[in-house]
Structure formats: C-alpha cells, structure tokens
Design a protein around this ligand. Structure first.
Ligand code: HEM
Length: 398
C-alpha cells in the first residue's frame, strides 16, 4: 500500500509530484493520511465533490482555528474570504465580484495587457536573457489586478510579497517565520487597502473600476461591510497574483521543454486557447483544494463521516487517464479538456477569464518574439505543494 503524508513531503517531491500522484490514484485514490485527513486523486471524485454543496463545505473555521489561532489576522482574513465560506455569505460576495467583472471590463483590459507584455518583452530582448518569473510572468498579474482595482502604479511594490506571504500560509506545514510573515502581511495589506477604499469613496472611479463597483454594490443585496470588503479585496489581489504568475511561467517552461509544441503554436497561433487549457491541466498552478464533509457520504467507495477533512488533488486529477487519453502527454491542441485547474461548481474560479486573457497574450507574444528561447542555468522550483510554479526560470532568448 502506498505511503503518503502531505505534511512530510520528501525534498524531491516538488520536482515531479506526478509519480506519487499516479501511485495514489491507482492504489489508494481516497487515501487516509497519518493525521486523519483524506487525500483524493481521481478526476471523477473531485468533480463530483466540487459540484456538491450539500455534503461538502468550504467553511474553514474549524480547520484554521488551530492552524493560525482564532484571534489572528490570518484567521480573520482566510475565514472572511468568499472562497473559504458557504452560502449565503459566499453567494452574496461572489455575486458582487461576478457583477463587477463584466465582459466590457475584460475587453477594456486587453490592450493594456498587450502593451505591458510587449514592454516586458522589449526589455528582455535588449538584455538577451532574463529570469522569466521576475522579469515577465510575475510582472503581468500584479499590473492587471492592480489596474482592475485601481491601485496607483507607485503603490504596487509590496503587493506581490504580501500576496506570497498570505497564500503561502495556506501550505500544509508552516514555520513560525512563515506564520509571522503572513500575519504581518495581512496587517499591512489591510491598512493599505483601508486608505485606498476611503480615497475611492471620496473619488469614485469609472465603469471599469472593480473597487468602485464593489463599494457601490450593484447587486441590490446586502452590501459588504467594511471588514468584508477589505478582506475580499485582499483575497482578490492575492488570488489573481501567484496563480497567474505560475500559469505563465509554467506554460513557457512547458513549451520550451516540448519544442515541437512550441513550433506548432508559432505555426498555428489559433491553438493558443487550447494551449492555455493544456498548460492549466498539465502543470496546474493551484494543485490542492480542500473541503469538509458535512453529511455522511460515500466518496470513491470509502465511507466518510461528517467532520472528515479532504484535500482534493487537482494536480493528480488533471493527469487521470480515466478523464484524459494519454494523460501524461502535453498536447496543445487537446480537446475536449475538462481539467479542474479552476475547480468546478459554485466556487469555480471567479477570475478565470482574467487569467486566461493574460496567459493567452503572454504565451503567444513571447513565443513569437523569441522562437529560440531556451532555459539557461538551473531553474528552481518553488517548494510548495499547493501552488505549483517556478521560483526562478533563467532563459536566453537569442
Ligand atoms: C491561473 C490562474 C488561476 C487559477 C489556477 C485559479 C484557481 C482557482 C481555484 C482552483 C479556485 C477554487 C478554490 C476552491 O473553491 O477550493 C479559485 C477561486 C477563486 N479565484 Fe481563481 N485562479 C486563478 C486566477 C484568478 C484570478 C486572476 C482571479 C481574479 C481576478 C481569481 C479570483 C478567484 C476568486 C474570487 C475565487 C473564489 C471563487 C468562489 O469561492 O466562489 N482567480 N481560483
């Protein structure tokens, strides 16, 4: 029987977690971990659970109280974010965000993303080499989400670090330093946003300003309190950062590793849509989700009792041969591609169109500009089980 403990992962796990996930999926798809939680790896099980709101809850109060301490800011933040709540609170916040992220707002975003990507590529071209994470992938989402929420350019500096610290605190195991860093980051982020919101209340922005729309509350429901508004804006700024950075850097590394696919994309740029979906599937930026069982259920042949805490392994489900023919092959034209990188059901990623827009523009323009781009030096994987990405990805472009 396969042995697996997500709280004690071996150092070589991060380079390639997929053999471990395959073993789990084949031998123990609903795996009982040493700490009593469950780790699920089959696509069909995850899809069913994500779509079932009556038996599975997203409420993390019970899980996070011992992890962060019930009086901590990390606890207040994560338990106020819509993603870690159930209806009716979740529904109320989600409606506001979905109503504010209109197709017109997305359309208006596009030329600014193109201009930004081209500016970054110009700078890389001038140098001939780059770290694709710092110099490219990470520079895009911070600007996009910053533009959406109207964060002034000269105030965007600390956003990425705050975001990494707060989302990093969701890893299965935390050091004391990580916890303190996360706590400090929530405090600073909230203080910053309180000033921004006060300013925006005095001087509302235009139609495409997400923050103004959230403050205004266009759903006709119960408006968000200041506490709810600030924590959910922190979440929005975080949710859009690290995940999209990883999608872009993972995508470029995958294309460089599979050179015929890179050439194919250059020859057939119309494949960019399926290419982005395949990058999302093959190296899912968000590899793990969680749910709490609230009514006794049968999950993949195992009886789970109320209170059981589940980790849903998106990274494993997205390589499940039961859902994807030739699942370990990277195929930029794969269709259909019912990956779970954005989860599914009531909590499916509310920013998926923004992420897709950024990735399509970034990947396509990068491979067109630098057909010979290749990894140079030693790329370093970020050692995180939940958020899969690169810490550094050095490349030569000429
Ligand atoms: C490649 C990039 C992204 C990935 C892989 C991703 C993935 C996810 C996943 C898996 C969830 C569901 C979590 C769960 O219920 O357990 C989620 C939720 C969410 N994401 Fe994303 N996300 C990405 C980008 C973004 C962006 C750019 C934004 C904002 C502009 C965003 C906003 C949200 C929000 C608001 C939720 C909460 C939805 C809810 O609970 O109803 N995400 N995302």
């Amino acid at each position: 029987m396969v042995r697996f403990d997500p709280t004690a992962l071996p150092a070589d796990f991060y380079a390639d977690p997929y053999p471990t996930y395959t073993a789990l999926r084949e031998q123990s798809p609903v795996h009982r971990c040493p700490d009593g939680t469950w780790f699920l790896t089959r696509h069909a099980d995850l899809e069913r659970i994500y779509r079932d709101r009556s038996n599975y809850s997203s409420d993390k109060r019970v899980a996070f109280a011992p992890k962060y301490g019930p009086g901590s800011l990390l606890y207040a933040h994560h338990t106020t974010s819509l993603v870690f709540n159930d209806a009716p609170y979740h529904t109320r916040v989600r409606r506001q965000i979905v109503a504010a992220l209109t197709p017109q707002t997305l359309k208006a975003l596009e030329p600014t993303v193109v201009a930004l990507v081209d500016r970054l590529l110009d700078a890389i071209e001038a140098r001939g080499e780059a770290d694709l994470v710092t110099d490219f992938a990470a520079a895009i989402p911070v600007e996009v989400i910053g533009n959406l929420l109207g964060v002034p350019h000269d105030e965007r500096g600390p956003l990425r670090e705050w975001s990494l610290a707060i989302l990093g605190a969701l890893e299965p195991v935390l050091t004391r330093e990580q916890q303190e860093f996360g706590e400090r980051s929530v405090r600073e982020f909230l203080a910053y946003l309180a000033t921004l919101v006060a300013e925006r209340r005095r001087h509302p922005g235009g139609d495409h300003d997400l923050l103004t729309r959230l403050i205004r509350d266009e759903t006709g429901g119960q408006p968000l309190s200041e506490h709810e508004l600030l924590h959910n804006c922190v979440f929005l700024l975080n949710a859009g950062h690290e995940t999209t950075t990883n999608l872009i850097a993972n995508g470029l590394e995958l294309l460089m590793r599979h050179r015929p696919e890179l050439d194919r994309l250059r020859a057939q740029p119309e494949l960019i849509q399926t290419c982005v979906e395949e990058c999302l599937r093959y190296e899912s930026p968000n590899q793990l989700g969680n749910r709490l069982v609230v009514a006794a259920v049968d999950a993949g042949g195992v009886r789970l009792e109320p209170g059981a805490y589940l980790t849903l392994c998106i990274g494993a489900a997205n390589r499940d041969p039961g859902a994807f023919p030739d699942a370990h092959r990277f195929d930029i034209a794969r269709a259909p591609n019912a990956h779970l990188a954005f989860a599914a059901g009531a909590h499916a990623c509310a920013g998926m169109s923004v992420a897709r827009l950024e990735a399509r523009i970034a990947l396509l323009r990068a491979v067109h500009r630098f057909p010979r781009m290749q990894v140079s030096g030693t790329p370093v994987r970020a050692k995180r089980a939940r958020f899969r990405g690169w810490q550094t990805l050095p490349v030569r472009v000429k």
